[in-house]
Design a binder for this molecule. Structure first.
Ligand code: BV8
Length: 255
């Protein structure tokens, strides 16, 4: 099986974490850009490439940037939409789909807007920051699925003529209340919390693992450069999500 070839040395996974996973009633997972890195999508921390190298994401992913230069922001998202559409889910995304079948309850929370978890087969994904493939009107806020292609970019909303924008949460904007509430509830009630491929900078998502830890859950950070501050029931595993997640799966639920 393709994914099996990517299983790294299972001994790298702490036994305590494998036991906690096997016994978990409710597993909560938070993912960041790192889980999509092996699908070829640049993370936020990496310098942007080509035309976009001159910009920092934090400068473009804001209402102010869109107000100042809607065409520039629209083109950036059009480029990212194209990248996401060309990308394929990787072994990390797929391992989470299988792990969801092994535990009584899995709540998958993502900061990513690339839609790769759903394309891998995950269901009921909590998209804290929206989805780059969806468009909404920047004036009435309603979703827009079809519009007349003209040379005017961003296109006008067919309802009110306002400029269309991606249905993502920009810096300084509130997260979708229902999604945030569901994510916080999962962090408060899970018995194991996995934080995967995120630098843990952006709030309020970054607080979720801490909420889980405060409630006594076992928490594991899986990241390329995670701080090794391991304490009781808090694990830090350095490595690629696309290799560690299949190893977790194999180690906790041996075939
Ligand atoms: C909010 C969608 C209430 C858009 C994103 C001043 C004014 C206003 C707000 C603030 C302020 N100061 C602070 C804030 C709060 C702000 C914030 O947190 N800012 C940060 C920069 C300090 N948050 C907000 O604004 C949020 N809203 O707070 O509302 C409010 C309202 C008004 C005023 C005050 C408060 C909204 C935040 C959502 C922003 N939108 N995305 C888009 O995508 O274009 S965030 C965006 O960046 C991503 O979605 C993601 O969440 C984040 C990037 O983080 P990561 O996913 O962690 O990615 P990153 O590249 O950082 O890290 C990747 C990691 O993976 C690395 O550690 C790497 O080592 C690792 N990795 C790499 N490869 C692999 C790997 N790991 C494993 N395997 C691999 N192969």
């Amino acid at each position: 099986m393709r994914d099996k070839q990517q299983v790294t040395d299972i001994s790298a996974i702490p036994a305590g974490l494998l036991t906690a996973l096997r016994q978990a009633r409710h597993l909560a997972v938070l993912t960041g850009a790192g889980i999509s890195a092996e699908s070829g999508l640049a993370t936020f921390r990496e310098a942007q490439t080509g035309l976009w190298a001159q910009f920092r994401p934090e400068e473009l992913a804001t209402p102010e940037a869109f107000a100042r230069n809607p065409r520039l922001v629209w083109d950036w998202y059009a480029w990212r939409r194209e990248q996401a559409a060309k990308a394929e889910p990787n072994a990390g995304h797929r391992a989470l789909v299988t792990i969801a079948q092994k535990v009584p309850q899995l709540t998958l929370i993502t900061q990513n807007v690339d839609g790769l978890h759903e394309r891998a087969g995950s269901r009921e994904v909590i998209e804290l920051h929206g989805n780059i493939a969806r468009m909404k009107c920047s004036v009435d806020g309603g979703l827009v699925t079809t519009w007349t292609e003209t040379d005017q970019l961003p296109p006008p909303c067919p309802r009110c003529g306002g400029l269309l924008r991606p249905d993502v949460v920009w810096f300084g904007e509130m997260l979708p209340a229902q999604a945030l509430q569901a994510a916080i509830h999962a962090a408060e009630t899970c018995d194991v919390f996995l934080s995967i491929g995120t630098s843990g900078v952006v709030e309020p998502a970054a607080s979720l693992p801490r909420i889980a830890q405060r409630r006594g859950a076992t928490v594991a950070y899986i990241n390329l450069d995670v701080t090794p501050a391991v304490t009781d029931r808090r694990y830090a595993i350095n490595g690629k999500a696309g290799e560690i997640l299949p190893a977790l799966l194999q180690g906790a639920w041996p075939q």
